[in-house]
Design a protein around this ligand. Structure first.
Ligand SMILES: Cc1ncc(COP(=O)(O)O)c(C=O)c1O
Length: 424
């Protein structure tokens, strides 16, 4: 299946491309679905072919007109991953996609591909706990400095202020997680990307905007359309969608993705063929799943906001029209997603009582799967973040994070009411 219909030049929608684009059945006995290419290595037609494949793969020469990269070894590329990468890049409206062994592999490889000792990364906060640790500890050991600014409306201006303070020529990456996990705070991707371009123009070195799109993408937010250079995902979440795999994705323009793919080859952070096959299966239903999950979440967020023992509910459909957060959300998202955070009266003890009473929602970390999950960010997913930073980010003892699945809404409603019954 081609990207465009032969009756005109309009591109197919990603929902349609997810069912056929990037795969040629003729290469696999006309199988409608791609088989799993469980092979570590690929046979060359001749030594000359092998030499030419390596020249392209290692960037020793440019491809001739119409020449495609040949398959060599599954740490470099594999058909299942390649088909998935074409389809996820189409979702993101980017040129190239890359699949990684995990979301953390995607994030760490992307950063390591472009950073040098002495460089500075400015990131929004909160970010996922693993990303926070990578920036504040792992990269710090390599002489790379990370600074954090509060996610939200003030983030672009704060990033500009920090860049001026630290020496803008040292800034290499502006990192944004939006909406942030677990606070659901939105940061204006366009404003951050504009700042990156201004810094690049002023200092003659490319400053990249990288956006972790795990919570909204690929359906409800397309960061590249707002200027992001690299779009990152934990594909373990909505893209995989069934809580049965760990994977990561990066997408972006040809030039930057070439650097990321080179780093992936050398660091060996690539995913594997079976994961690629599972991701292809998952991408076929991502739109249906995410819409159903968002519908359930919207109804539960409303219920939570009406409950007397709930202090605050962090979810996009509850944002006040006219507020800065609402404006950013309206500009860059097309739906609210299905991650809700809410704070109960009574701190950690009360939160734990509620968590222990759920029967349909499973007490487990992760998010974006078909089943509903609940967890306690402060002592679980964000326990590797310094406590002052957690407090500043609103990750309080009473905060519960819930990922809403596709179960019947009435069962989820009943389960939530029962769990909150611990507090009244
Ligand atoms: C927003 C976000 N980014 C990245 C990650 C890391 O992904 P993975 O667990 O697939 O390495 C997570 C995991 O929870 C996440 O929530």
């Amino acid at each position: 299946m081609k990207r465009f219909h032969s009756s005109g030049d309009r591109e197919f929608n990603p929902e349609t491309l997810a069912l056929g684009f990037g795969y040629d059945p003729k290469l696999s006995e006309e199988a409608v679905k791609p088989p799993v290419f469980l092979t570590s290595t690929f046979q060359f037609d001749s030594a000359e072919h092998g030499r030419r494949f390596f020249e392209l793969a290692y960037g020793l020469r440019k491809p001739e007109d119409g020449e495609k990269a040949g398959l060599i070894y599954s740490r470099l590329a594999n058909p299942n991953l390649e088909i998935f990468e074409r389809r996820i890049a189409a979702w993101d409206r980017t040129e190239v996609g890359a699949t990684f062994a995990s979301g953390m592999a995607a994030i760490s490889t992307s950063l390591l591909a472009v950073l040098h000792p002495g460089d500075v990364v400015i990131s929004t906060a909160p970010v996922y706990g693993g990303t926070h640790f990578l920036l504040s500890t792992t990269l710090a050991r390599l002489g790379i400095e990370s600074r954090f600014v509060a996610a939200g409306g003030t983030a672009p201006a704060e990033m500009a202020r920090l860049a001026a303070e630290l020496g803008a020529e040292r800034v290499a990456v502006l990192f944004v997680e939006t909406p942030a996990n677990p606070s659901n705070v939105h940061t204006d991707i366009k404003a951050v990307s504009r700042l990156a371009r201004e810094l690049s123009a002023a200092h003659g070195r490319q400053v990249l905007t990288m956006v972790d799109n795990t919570l909204m993408g690929p359906l409800f937010q397309r960061p590249a359309q707002h200027g992001a250079d690299v779009v990152l995902y934990s594909a373990t979440k909505f893209i995989g969608g069934h809580s049965d795999l760990i994977a990561g994705v990066a997408t972006g323009g040809r030039e930057i993705m070439h650097r990321l793919l080179e780093a992936r080859t050398i660091l060996g952070t690539v995913s594997n063929p079976f994961n690629g096959w599972l991701l292809l299966r998952s991408l076929e239903t991502v739109s249906i799943r995410m819409r159903r999950q968002a519908k359930n979440a919207r109804a539960l967020a409303q219920k939570l906001s009406e409950h007397p023992a709930v202090k605050r509910v962090l979810y996009p459909s509850l944002l006040e029209p006219g507020s800065e957060q609402h404006e950013i959300y309206e500009r860059q998202c097309t739906g609210p997603g299905s991650l809700i955070s809410f704070e109960v009266e009574g701190g950690q003890a009360a939160a734990y009582e509620v968590l222990d009473r759920f029967e349909v929602f499973r007490l487990a970390v992760s998010l974006g799967g078909t089943e509903s999950l609940v967890e306690h960010p402060m002592t679980m997913t964000h326990s590797d973040v310094e406590s002052e930073q957690n407090t500043a980010n609103g990750v309080t003892p009473g905060l519960i994070r819930m990922s809403v699945g596709i179960e019947h809404l009435s069962d989820l409603r009943r389960d939530l009411a029962h769990a909150l019954g611990a507090l009244v």
